[in-house]
Design a protein around this ligand. Structure first.
Ligand code: NAP
Length: 416
């Protein structure tokens, strides 16, 4: 496909997908959206680290060909005021894998958020957030090394469906009348009304992806996080459909908590992945007191929204939490924080969130050697207490370095 502004690198090859599996050449083309605010600083630093790791890990035999695609303020300047050009979606549909910096949501634009738009248009239904502790990162927990979870949060339903009606509007009054008169519902006059759809289709594809991830990464359990004690037909149904997909599609590889208790004396049989569930509120307590009980978590949208940031705060905060939005074949990896506009072009902020989103991307491509190299070099850099301002203010005896100096040190610390 020809593009108006996007320049496809000549020496790269397209990543393709067949039967749910990616075919990754040695010189894949990967899209990147630089991002607004601090986007330039963290993307420049992170690309240097990813490229160095791939080069060292594979002795120069593999290389990513980066292809710039556009969204946000840079898109507006390249596409004459258009923040979300159509060819960005086309490029993702064609090249499948991308990574993005943070984006400003333009005030008064015709959409809720560029990030939400990207997820919805490309049907990236799983928001995946691995949360683990890296040696040396400041943490409020006594044993932060026990935190090692991967959160799969549903990205298209629940509150993200965006179905709500403002108090005082004709739509609100019409719906309120229907609910009271025909459905027997009772609620206060003038209430704003939101609708929370959770379907078997949406739940099952999310839980399917979580279980497949657990199998591929040799994880021990998948926990369904829900508020089904109160909302039985949405949150409760999420739990029910989650267990159903495990029993119907992964009977060989998984076992439910009920079966473990009733047939195996409470001990998970060797080689089986435990499928369990927990009420959404109590998991916030358990993730602080006994985080080692959890591994992969699957949740509807709103539970996952709160949980992802709360758990990230246990091990360093959103400044280093990575993330990805993944569909059937297309995946967009992303920094989870915002554009931090007051630090724009100061070469100051922590590139960790974007950097580790790139580590996820490398793992997604199957390039685990390069991914591991970055993790080890990052920990070595923290051992040397050479950190950006945000960590320097929490660590005793640390030396503050700029974003670019931090990247240079991580690269210097890479050895096979
Ligand atoms: P923010 O940009 O995440 O910044 C909030 C604070 O978090 C910063 O002031 C800074 O704390 C800290 N921080 C963020 N990134 C950091 C980094 N890489 N290294 C170190 N510290 C970092 O949130 P916001 O100010 O609420 O939002 C600003 C803009 O970003 C808004 O336009 C919003 O719409 C957008 N946004 C985009 C995304 C996305 O693209 N995924 C997500 C959230 C928000 P200190 O002040 O303590 O140094």
């Amino acid at each position: 496909m020809g593009f108006e502004k996007i320049v496809v690198p000549q020496e790269g090859t397209k990543i393709t997908s067949s039967n749910g599996k990616l075919n990754v050449p040695d010189n894949p083309i990967v899209g990147f959206i630089e991002g607004d605010g601090i986007g330039y600083d963290i993307m420049t630093a992170s690309k240097r680290i990813w490229d160095a790791a791939v080069n060292v890990a594979y002795n120069g035999n593999r290389k990513i060909s980066w292809m710039e695609i556009y969204s946000g303020e840079k898109a507006a300047s390249v596409y004459d005021g258009n923040y979300m050009p159509e060819e960005t979606f086309d490029a993702m549909r064609e090249f499948l894998i991308g990574i993005k910096g943070p984006l400003t949501t333009p005030v008064g634009g015709g959409f809720r958020s560029l990030n939400v738009t990207l997820r919805q248009v490309l049907d990236l239904y799983s928001c995946v957030r691995p949360v683990r502790w890296y040696r040396g990162v400041p943490s409020p927990l006594k044993a932060p090394e026990e935190v090692d979870v991967v959160i799969f949060r549903e990205n298209t339903e629940d509150v993200y469906a965006g179905i709500e009606y403002e108090s005082g509007t004709p739509e609100n009054e019409k719906l309120a009348r229907f609910l009271r008169e025909e459905m027997g519902a009772t609620f206060f006059e003038g209430a704003g009304i939101g609708i929370k759809p959770i379907s078997a289709f949406g739940t099952k594809r999310l839980v399917r992806a979580a279980i497949q991830y657990a199998i591929d990464h040799k994880r021990k359990s998948v926990t369904l996080v829900h508020k089904g004690n109160i909302q039985k037909f949405t949150e409760g149904a999420f739990m029910k459909w989650g267990y159903e997909v495990a029993a119907q599609e992964f009977a060989e590889q998984t076992i439910s908590w009920d079966d473990v208790a009733s047939k195996h004396n409470g001990k998970v049989p060797e080689g089986k992945i435990l499928i369990q569930d927990t009420i959404a509120d109590i998991i916030f307590q358990k993730m602080i007191l006994r985080p080692s009980e959890f591994d992969v978590l699957a949740t509807p949208n709103l539970n996952g929204d709160y949980l992802s940031d709360a758990v990230a705060a246990e091990v360093g905060g959103v400044g280093i939490a990575p993330g990805a939005n993944i569909g059937d074949a297309i995946a967009m990896f992303e920094a989870t924080h915002g554009t931090a506009p007051k630090y724009t072009n100061l070469d100051k902020v922590n590139p960790g969130s974007l950097l580790f989103s790139g580590v996820m991307l490398l793992e997604h491509l199957g390039w685990v050697e390069a991914a591991d190299l970055i993790t080890k070099a990052y920990e070595k850099t923290l051992d040397q207490k050479l950190v950006t301002y945000d960590f320097a203010r929490q660590m005793i005896g640390a030396t503050e370095v700029s974003t670019s100096q931090f990247a240079t040190t991580v690269i210097d610390n890479m050895s096979r």
